[in-house]
Design a protein around this ligand. Structure first.
Ligand code: NAP
Length: 256
């Protein structure tokens, strides 16, 4: 086969449905030769186990709530039952309470903001550290953002969480670089997933994207994002870290 991830072991955290961006990453990674382990948490875990059968090869499914210190502490050992090392980790996780989204920005209370930041920002560092024991030979960590350099309708505190994630990725790149670990983000355009549906008013952002993106944009196309993540996991970006790669049809580069 000779795919670009041949022989690599990849953890994809945050797969619920086959619409999840994490599912697209796992699928392309397997097609490119990787052995993949996926995670999800809580009640949706049974859905993930069913959805896992739709991947080209049914992967191991582990439970990981990124806010649960015990889950994080046990991750390396749980992984060792399936892989002897990790070459890559994908963080495809975000959550914000409804009160933190959809135009309620000025009224949102700290506990709701704290939840958004814990799950969507701090967890990137937490996941990286939990996986580190299996990455002693170096590797690649990839996360997913939505352009946090500007304010968007409806995105609200998730936008603030993403700005934090983008900064977090740069600090992780600084501290993990000496261990041979690259840390990068893919900034995806608006895509129809459960997380996106949970943001009241986000359709407005979706509708402006396609006409303005020079390459056009299809909110049902997850493969483009999956491929970019896989490219970053591969050996074809050996000197790239602390970077944000846009997979948005070129939207971010246009002034109007
Ligand atoms: P998704 O399918 O809903 O994936 C988000 C995942 O995060 C779900 O599997 C969810 O699990 C998981 N999650 C939430 N809280 C968690 C926790 N405490 N511990 C572990 N996992 C948790 O939606 P998605 O759009 O593919 O999101 C994946 C990533 O892409 C996110 O970082 C998102 O911000 C980013 N992104 C999305 C878009 C877009 O337009 N969709 C654009 C740019 C970037 P449950 O389903 O069980 O809650």
């Amino acid at each position: 086969m000779g795919g670009i991830l041949e022989g690599k072991r990849i953890l994809v955290a945050g797969v619920t449905m086959d619409t999840s961006l994490g599912f697209a990453v796992a699928k392309v990674a397997q097609e490119q030769g990787a052995q993949v382990v996926i995670t999800n948490f809580g009640r949706a875990l049974s859905i993930t186990r069913r959805i896992a059968k739709r991947l080209p090869v049914e992967p191991a499914v582990l439970e990981l709530d990124v806010t649960n210190e015990e889950h994080l502490a046990g991750l390396a050992d749980s992984l060792r039952a399936h892989v002897d090392r990790l070459d890559g980790v994908v963080h495809s996780i975000a959550f914000a309470p409804q009160e933190a989204l959809g135009g309620n920005f000025l009224q949102t209370s700290w506990p709701d903001v704290a939840t958004a930041l814990h799950v969507s920002t701090y967890s990137f560092k937490a996941l990286a550290m939990a996986a580190l024991p299996l990455m002693q030979h170096g590797g690649s960590i990839v996360g997913l953002t939505f352009d946090a350099s500007v304010a968007w309708p409806a995105y609200d505190w998730m936008g603030v969480a993403k700005a934090g994630l983008e900064s977090c990725a740069r600090y992780l790149a600084r501290d993990l670089g000496p261990k041979g670990i690259r840390v990068n983000l893919v900034s995806a355009g608006p895509t129809k997933t459960i997380a996106a549906k949970g943001i009241p008013g986000f359709e407005q952002v979706e509708s402006i994207w396609a006409p303005r993106a020079p390459l056009g944009w299809d909110a049902d196309d997850r493969e483009a994002t999956g491929r970019a993540c896989v490219a970053l996991l591969s050996d074809f970006f050996p000197k790239t870290t602390g970077e944000i790669i846009h997979v948005d049809g070129g939207y971010h580069a246009m002034g109007a």
